[in-house]
Ligand binder design. Structure first.
Ligand code: BES
Ligand code: MN
Ligand code: ZN
Length: 491
């Protein structure tokens, strides 16, 4: 989608579909301009009892041979309470209501009430992301039409430089969405490795893919145990962005990359276990790949980024890991697999060990790790665990700027006793209660003490059943914006 900004006023604008945000209360300046542009609008507002409340939306279909063909009014609520989130949601809802129209979409919001650069960035991001429709798996006759040009109307003169990141960031989010949404017979570990190879080729990144034998040689017994019940070979993917010039900060992003999680012999049984959507179990891996896509295009200076995704499937066959097996991670730690469905942490154990070998200043992992985190925070908020207050605060700032919700959870040491095993150094699951916390404590065992580390459980927000805000129903691409903002704010 082509993005542009313009200082054209409503009166003079021409295009195919027009979205206008109106605050609550008396007809405003904007409404008067709109009446000028589309005579009769004000009376339509009155007739339909449109008051401008938050969430209110009125779609007016005009004659197909006039311009615009459709006018969409979005309520913004109290004028004094309008903030960037209001603009984000209004842009998203407005853009989504334009589906079915092609051509030029104009968006008019109260830019001046905010820092207009920020307002423009947020609004463009939200419009593009909410207009995204995944039509890869439909026959041509079912494909829907969407606007191809987005124009922000009535913007004061702003420095457009800051807007250049919008397309790169959104492309990363969309890549993550496409990877999560694609079914597990399409997105396999080999397919993820191929995506990494394409990024490496297109942007000059460095790529190492460790095959099963390489992982064996490195003693990655925890990762390989998960993969051994699948007919598909595992792929341990390491993608590197190196900046031009001096490296001031080195970061590692680790993503869980289960292209399907059947649960293994602890099979996911019953509708609540959601085996039917377990293609989403590479959502963390998709987010870090998406972030690398954006970073590769944005080319931030001074920061080197290592992405690690230990990708495989969790399946059942005659060689699958048994409940009760004891496996050994690359650092020699033995793990009793008392539940084969807690497979993500096994793959992440070896991935985190490998990431720490790259000597990063900070490691952030993203994983669709536990249903318990979804129970705690719902499907719009990810949980974040870290002992490092500075890292938490940086991630919170990055998440907020990207419109992604994050909530700090406790790394409560005392719960570690829940992971004691009779035989091995640890078992992979503890009691049901506090399950997302013991999962985080398990991961912590595989991170070097001197490395700042945060774990983000994205099991809830990688997927949206109904769609919400900028997210269409299905895969959301959660995590990309937080990671990109965090990385770009490093130096
Ligand atoms: N991939 C699942 C977690 C998950 C659940 C993600 C629902 C998205 C939606 C993970 O591998 C898993 O199965 N976790 C278990 C852990 C349990 C066995 C301790 C869970 O949450 O039930
Ligand atoms: Mn599982
Ligand atoms: Zn899983």
């Amino acid at each position: 989608m082509q993005l542009s900004i313009s200082s054209t006023q409503l009166n003079d604008w021409s295009g195919d579909v027009l979205v206008v945000g109106l605050p609550k209360g008396k007809p405003s300046d904007t409404a008067a301009q709109l009446e000028n542009r589309v005579p009769g609008v004000i009376s339509a507002l009155t007739k339909q009892d449109f008051q401008g409340k938050v969430g209110e939306q009125l779609v007016l279909h005009l004659l197909t041979n006039v311009n615009p063909q459709r006018v969409i009014l979005i309520g913004l609520g109290d004028a004094d309470a309008i903030n960037l989130d209001t603009l984000r949601t209004a842009s998203a809802n407005g853009a989504r209501a334009s589906v079915g129209c092609t051509g030029r979409l104009g968006l008019h919001l109260p830019w001046d009430d905010q820092n207009p650069e920020n307002a423009a960035r947020v609004s463009m991001e939200a419009s593009r992301l909410s207009l995204y429709i995944d039509q890869r798996f439909r026959k041509e006759s079912d494909v829907r039409r969407v606007p191809t040009v987005l124009e922000l109307i009535g913007l004061p003169n702003i420095d457009a430089a800051g807007l250049q990141s919008v397309n790169a960031t959104c492309a990363g989010v969309e890549l993550a969405r496409e990877l999560v949404a694609a079914p597990p017979n399409h997105v396999t570990p080999a397919a993820l490795a191929k995506v990494a190879a394409t990024l490496a080729h297109d942007y000059g990144l460095e790529l190492n893919v460790l095959e099963r034998a390489d992982c064996e040689a490195r003693g990655m017994g925890a990762f390989l145990a998960v993969s051994q019940g699948s007919d598909l070979p595992p792929k341990f993917i390491h993608l590197i962005y190196r900046p031009k010039g001096e490296v001031k900060r080195r970061l590692a992003l680790v993503g869980k990359g289960l292209t399907f999680d059947s649960g293994g012999y602890n099979l996911k049984v019953g509708a609540a276990a959601q085996i039917d959507i377990m293609k989403l179990d590479m959502g963390g891996g998709a987010a870090v790949l998406g972030a690398m896509r954006s970073i590769a295009e944005l080319k931030p200076a001074g920061v080197e980024v290592h992405m690690v995704v230990a990708s495989c499937e969790n399946m059942v066959n005659g060689s699958a890991v048994h409940p009760g097996d004891i496996v050994t991670a690359a650092n020699g730690m033995t793990i009793e697999v008392n539940n084969t469905d807690a497979e993500g942490r096994l793959t992440l154990a070896d991935a985190l060990l490998y990431a720490c070998e790259q000597k990063p200043d900070a490691v952030v992992d993203l994983a669709t790790l536990t249903g318990a985190c979804v129970v705690a925070l719902g499907d719009e908020i990810a949980g974040v665990w870290s002992d490092d207050d500075g890292l938490i605060s940086a991630l919170n700032t990055a998440a907020e700027a990207g419109g992604e919700s994050l909530w700090r959870m406790p790394l409560h040491q005392s719960y570690k006793k829940g992971l004691k095993s009779l035989l091995a150094d640890m078992k992979n699951t503890g009691p049901r209660s506090g399950g997302s916390i013991t999962a985080a404590l398990f991961l912590k065992e595989f991170v070097s003490q001197d490395t700042a580390w945060a774990h983000i459980d994205v099991a809830g927000p990688v997927w949206s059943d109904k769609g919400q805000g900028v997210n269409p129903a299905g895969a959301t691409g959660y995590g990309v914006r937080t990671l990109v903002n965090w990385i770009c704010a490093q130096v």
